[in-house]
Design a protein around this ligand. Structure first.
Ligand SMILES: [Fe+2]
Ligand SMILES: [Fe+2]
Length: 162
């Protein structure tokens, strides 16, 4: 994909990191891994940024988007600490991203506030944060609907076990 080169130009250290490789084993929406979701979101953020009328810091946009769900656990597991995942994972992702990578104020705003308006008190202040907040929701909706459609198809056609 044409946007993938931008991701590797600005985020190769993130994409090849042990944390991101671990994300390949974690399911996000439907049958999509957290890694694939993060790459998909980052690519779409680049696409939106290229049409954006104002200035966008493409490097920080890519890095913040790749790390926005860097929470590093399987939120589908039946565990008390995952119960409020929707409200808490942005802060956990931010903590992990700060520990493993050098991130600045823009990436921090992006990661911390990407769940707005679910996290109503955290509205993105930066253009990059607003782009991510919007794109993440569109991608998550698409991925969830695609997973639901695939599960329905398996059930109707009698393929698979669920
Ligand atoms: Fe998220
Ligand atoms: Fe996300």
């Amino acid at each position: 994909m044409q946007y993938n080169k931008v991701l590797w130009d600005y985020g190769s250290d993130i994409l090849t990191s042990p944390g991101m490789q671990f994300e390949k084993t974690l399911v996000q929406h439907g049958d999509m891994s957290v890694y694939d979701h993060s790459v998909f979101v980052a690519e779409r953020c680049v696409a939106v940024a290229r049409k954006w009328p104002g200035r966008v810091d493409m490097r920080r946009l890519v890095r913040g988007a790749l790390l926005h769900d860097y929470f590093l656990y399987d939120w589908h597991e039946d565990d008390d600490s995952h119960r409020l995942h929707g409200y808490t994972h942005a802060i956990r992702a931010l903590r992990n991203a700060k520990r493993d990578f050098g991130i600045g104020e823009i990436e921090e705003d992006m990661i911390r506030c990407h769940m707005f308006p679910l996290n109503i008190s955290c509205c993105p202040r930066t253009t990059e944060g607003r782009i991510l907040c919007f794109v993440d929701k569109v991608c998550a909706t698409y991925e969830t609907a695609r997973g639901f459609k695939a599960a329905l198809k398996r059930r109707v056609l009698g393929h698979g076990t669920d």
